[in-house]
Ligand binder design. Structure first.
Ligand code: PHE
Length: 459
């Protein structure tokens, strides 16, 4: 029955899934959350969230994909024929498409900033002007649009070549490049004078800053950062072969994602402290990447412009790669869905995704300029896509996935998949099932309520 491609190697599968996980979330949110919410205390809580929620849910997504060797929507239909569970799979495809529509806008920005850095455009710019440069760029009708289309086309080229020749081959080249860049940037940054203050800010444990809200924020961050709650990992797992150890693969992906996130903090804070900037008031998100950091990198090298240029180019290129590999995984979800459900060639289905997401992406992008007055539920188009997918769809889907795996699926199915039909020794299976049944639904339910503001009276 199975004429689909598989990943050709274990390493390829891990790198592709890690490519999905390592993305903007690791760079623009995790370091700031850590520094401002208790340093090592936050990291410990974050790692606990990854172990308790991240790994079990990632394993369930892997299970659903690998068991059925199908796109996400079909996977649920096969495992629960004739039930409403198919809507969870469809929600995954929908959420993936939704995220890609705004993610590609930011992907385009990273390309533009790589070019700005490479052409020394930040030289001599006063600190106060970086915000103006950024807002002039994003509100322009043309530039961001062109960049987002270039970014989408890059993703298109990889996805349309298929699994082994496209996604796997690309991941095997680009992920090691990403790791090398991360290490180089960390080394340069920690050698800056005053770096130790930055490291202290990042790591010094302060449990008094850890409120209930911080814990739930850490769970939400873990979820987004690991690309859980939608079709990405499930779709990638549908290309795993029968020997892949799902537990070990999930562990590897989580470790890689967390290490990169922590190292991003080591890149950012030493330079922030080196120039004496107030790290407590840095804002996570686009402001950090495109307003605060270009200024920081300009000044951090004491006027040796060539170092500032090299560091900035490497940094923006790094986040561009991180964003691209995540975008590819989002692109693949919908491409696999369209090509299998409509029986279209991969090339054509990838093209449909590229076209639709580019058009909607342009609307998101224009919401920083000419369309800034268009509001959906009080939010600009971009913010609406960002808010609804990250804060609502992802946790809802995650909640349903854990209920599906923990309560609906037969225990034997979980056992078979996690132990590869009894060939692997996986003593942890009972614990995973317990978590999926009780802990994960409770935890994610609280994250969801928190994101909807239900606990705002508490913290
Ligand atoms: N994990 C990615 C990040 O950290 C974002 C992402 C979410 C990618 C969901 C794919 C799916 O930025």
């Amino acid at each position: 029955m199975n004429t689909r491609e598989n990943f050709g190697s274990k390493l390829g599968a891990i790198l592709a899934a890690a490519g999905s996980a390592v993305g903007l979330g690791n760079v623009w949110r995790f370091p700031i959350e850590t520094g401002q919410h208790g340093g090592a205390a936050f990291i410990i809580i974050y790692i606990a969230c990854i172990m308790v929620l991240g790994i079990p849910i990632m394993m369930s997504e892997f299970l659903i994909g690998r068991r059925t060797h199908s796109n996400t929507a079909r996977a649920y239909e096969m495992l629960a024929p004739g039930t409403g569970w198919k809507w969870v799979g469809r929600l995954g495809v929908f959420t993936g498409t939704f995220i890609l529509c705004y993610y590609c806008v930011i992907g385009g920005w990273t390309l533009h900033y790589t070019l700005l850095a490479a052409t020394n455009a930040f030289d001599g710019v006063p600190a106060t002007e970086f915000a103006d440069i950024f807002s002039a760029f994003v509100s322009n009708e043309w530039m961001p649009t062109v960049w987002l289309i270039i970014f989408m086309l890059m993703s298109h080229v990889v996805v349309s070549r298929g699994i082994q020749h496209g996604i796997e081959r690309f991941s095997k080249v680009i992920m090691p490049t990403l790791f090398i860049l991360v290490v180089l940037l960390v080394v340069c940054s920690v050698c800056l004078p005053g770096a130790s203050k930055g490291i202290e800010f990042l790591l010094k444990p302060d449990f008094s800053k850890v409120t209930g809200g911080v814990v739930l924020g850490a769970m939400g961050q873990a979820f987004f950062s690991l690309s859980l709650g939608m079709g990405c990992l499930c779709t990638y797992a549908s290309y795993f072969n029968t020997h892949t150890d799902l537990g070990r693969t999930a562990l590897n992906v989580c470790v890689i994602d967390t290490i990169v996130a922590i190292m991003a903090g080591f890149i950012i804070f030493p330079s922030v402290f080196n120039i004496g900037m107030d790290a407590d008031h840095l804002q996570a998100g686009a402001n950090l990447l495109f307003i605060s950091l270009p200024n920081v990198f300009q000044k951090a090298f004491g006027g040796v412009q060539i170092l500032a240029i090299l560091f900035s180019v490497a940094f923006y290129f790094l986040i561009f790669i991180a964003a691209l590999t995540s975008a590819i995984s989002l692109h693949e979800v919908t491409t696999a869905f369209i090509s299998e459900e409509l029986k279209l060639k991969r090339r054509w289905s990838a093209l449909i995704v590229t076209a639709v997401c580019s058009v909607v992406g342009v609307l998101c992008s224009l919401s920083f300029g000419p369309l800034s007055g268009v509001k959906l539920f009080g939010l600009t188009i971009f913010d609406f896509f960002d808010y609804i997918s990250g804060n609502i769809f992802l946790p809802v889907a995650g909640l349903l996935i854990s209920v599906f795996a923990g309560w609906y699926l037969d225990r034997q199915v979980l056992h078979d998949e996690f132990t590869n039909h009894g060939t692997l020794n996986a003593p942890y299976v009972r614990v995973i099932i317990f978590i999926l049944k009780y802990i994960a639904p409770l935890g994610i339910g609280m994250v969801l309520l928190n994101q909807l503001g239900a606990f705002s009276w508490l913290w």
